[in-house]
Write a protein that binds this ligand. Sequence first.
Ligand code: PEP
Length: 252
Amino acid sequence: MRKQFIAGNWKMNLNLSGGIKLVEELWSYIGDVKDVEIAVFPPYVLIPAISELKRKKKIDILLGAQNMHWENNGAFTGEVSPLMLKEFDVTHVILGHSERRQHFGETDQAVNRKVRAALECELVPILCVGESLKEREDGQTERKVVEQVKRGVFQIDRNSIGLLIIAYEPVWAIGTGKAATVTDASDVSRIIREAISEEYDDEIANGIRILYGGSVNSKNIAEFMGSPEIDGAVVGGASLDAFEFSKIVRYT
Ligand code: PEP
């Protein structure tokens, strides 16, 4: 049985007091929720304060990062390493988000190095994949997503792949208010699971959680969660409002 997972990707939003307030409010709304894993992904500089807040107030919301480097230390100006994140109780890391691929030139090869580094440090990687609008219109969705998945898990052995979470995030649905249909999101999730099965086997494929991301809100979440192919969501804009995010977590 795959446990549902809801991720709040803050992107480059919120300041220190705003981030703290959001986590405190969110906890007051969802502190009793047991059957869903909930994680927030603040900008790097807010992570130490959120980590401290979690410890002090016993807030059981998971803490993640939006990116990381693949090396543990070294001459990589401006980067943050997996070990640095782990010092602050970070357990999850979003990798290969389309905004990083698009604006920072992240390739599948770089994303794969990061996924491998995360797994080596026992950080849960959330590997983001998804087609652009042009690729969808050209009928290239399956080819693109399968390629990103297979390249993302390249040379990862079956003993460590089980931790991985995959997020299907069509680029055209992110931040546009135009979510994918549940049918499309379910179909692509099934294709992703088949790709994992081809690389590993059915048992591994059936254990891996696949999330949908792209304009999820409290009004459409129930439909996505109603699909047996979809195990949760990555939520961007709607995760910046504690009450709205709590309604997504309590989608029923
Ligand atoms: C995201 O940041 O991954 C995302 C899905 O954003 P939004 O929910 O705003 O579309």
